[in-house]
Design a protein around this ligand. Structure first.
Ligand code: ADP
Ligand code: MG
Length: 382
């Protein structure tokens, strides 16, 4: 890939992503609803997308991610609600009037056209003259490291090269918004990681708004400014990667991200006046900042991340302790994920260093004590 100074120079009007004055809702989805017959694909969804930001949309298969993106692109009608761009309703604009091209997994390159012709396609649709089309297409091919491939057929390219042609085809029209639907899922792991880096750099340097659908946690959390977690056509949580990781808003988000243990509890007031959490697995302390706004008897989920739980052979050492049985272990490089289960059936995940695991001499089926610091628990009202 060529230098990014080249790319920036090609688009001098690119907003500076670091300039907070530029941050405003560029695109607003207002009460967007989409049904197919009786089934609801997107359920009265609201979302503001800021200019120049990288938004990753995640959620289980069938939750409405692609439908949402296709409605933005103009490939799908909106049943009700409004899509606003700079405050203007764009529901009825045709695909080519939206300036929001979409890159998707199957790429949809034309097999009967050369690489250059594929890249020129969008410009041809926009009525750009032949000589200029050619110059701009070759320019983008070279920016994406494909200068030697202009006259090849797309079937003579590797997966990663095809992905770059698809990107060049979208970028050549210099859109301010790019929609991407699982663009890397067809690539092998190594190429995918390499493309992640390139995509993020392109997005940042060009100041293009990316709306990026992915099922990959690592893609979303490494690239995005905002992560949106969807479930059954609705948004469960939208926030910075850090926010979502540290403070999942719903038990669904905690479960979807994985790696956390969830204890169903109720708030109880001790004689001393302080609140504690009581559940089938025990009584737990929590940080005062987490307990504010809780009333006696209120139902909550207590979330504890796998890296915050310790295990010991003997009980009686820590404030928040749970007895559990070792169900299994999974080796991930130097780390071990230990799966435990309590008598009440709560699943607990513990992340340990392999050497600590060896020191503990843990066996599947053995009884063990899991514990965590009160300040490491995160409370979600249920
Ligand atoms: P995701 O991309 O999150 O996996 P989709 O947006 O593709 O989910 O689909 C959301 C829901 O809408 C699913 O239940 C799916 O079966 C349904 N759906 C999507 N496209 C159509 C269609 N063209 N006709 C009928 N149902 C559809
Ligand atoms: Mg999809």
């Amino acid at each position: 890939m060529n230098t990014l100074t080249d790319i920036t120079a090609a688009r001098p009007v690119a907003p500076n992503p670091g300039d907070h004055h530029m941050s405003h809702a560029h695109i607003s989805l207002k009460n967007i609803h989409k049904t197919y017959g009786d089934s609801v694909a997107v359920d009265r969804l609201d979302l503001d997308i800021e200019e120049g930001k990288f938004i990753a949309i995640m959620g289980p298969s069938g939750c409405g991610k692609s439908t949402l993106l296709r409605m933005l692109a103009g490939l799908e009608d909106v049943t009700s609600g409004d899509i606003l761009r700079e405050g203007q309703r764009i529901n009825d604009l045709a695909i080519w009037e939206r300036d929001m091209p979409m890159v998707w997994q199957s790429l949809a390159l034309f097999p009967f056209l050369t690489v250059r012709e594929n890249v020129e396609f969008g410009l041809r649709m926009n009525g750009v003259a032949s000589a200029e089309r050619r110059t701009r297409a070759l320019d983008w091919l070279s920016k994406l490291g494909l200068e030697g491939y202009a006259n090849r057929g797309v079937d003579q390219l590797s997966g990663g090269q095809r992905q770059r042609v698809a990107l060049a085809r979208c970028l050549v029209t210099e859109p301010s918004v790019l929609l991407l639907d699982e663009p890397l899922s067809a690539l092998d792991a190594h190429l995918s990681v390499q493309m992640q880096g390139e995509l993020k750099r392109l997005q940042r340097e060009l100041g293009i708004t990316f709306v990026y659908v992915t099922h990959s946690h690592s893609e979303a959390f490494s690239m995005a400014d905002t992560v949106v977690i969807m479930n059954q056509g609705r948004i469960e949580q939208a926030g910075s990667p850090e926010d979502i990781y540290l403070r999942p808003a719903t038990p669904f988000v905690a479960r979807f991200l994985g790696g956390s243990s969830i204890f169903d509890c109720k708030a109880r007031r001790r004689k001393s006046g302080e609140l504690v959490l009581e559940g089938a697995d025990g009584t737990f302390d929590c940080a005062a900042s987490e307990l504010v706004e809780l009333d006696e008897g209120e139902k909550v989920s207590l979330i504890v991340r796998a890296d915050q739980i310790s295990v010991t052979a003997a009980a009686g050492w820590a404030e928040n302790e749970v007895s559990a049985r070792v169900m299994g272990e999974e080796f991930v490089g130097a780390l071990v994920n230990l799966r435990l289960e309590t008598a009440s059936g709560t699943q607990i995940t513990v992340q340990l260093q392999q050497r600590d695991m060896q020191a503990l001499d843990i066996e599947v089926g053995a009884g063990i004590t899991a514990s965590w610091h009160p300040e490491d628990g995160h409370i979600i009202k249920t």
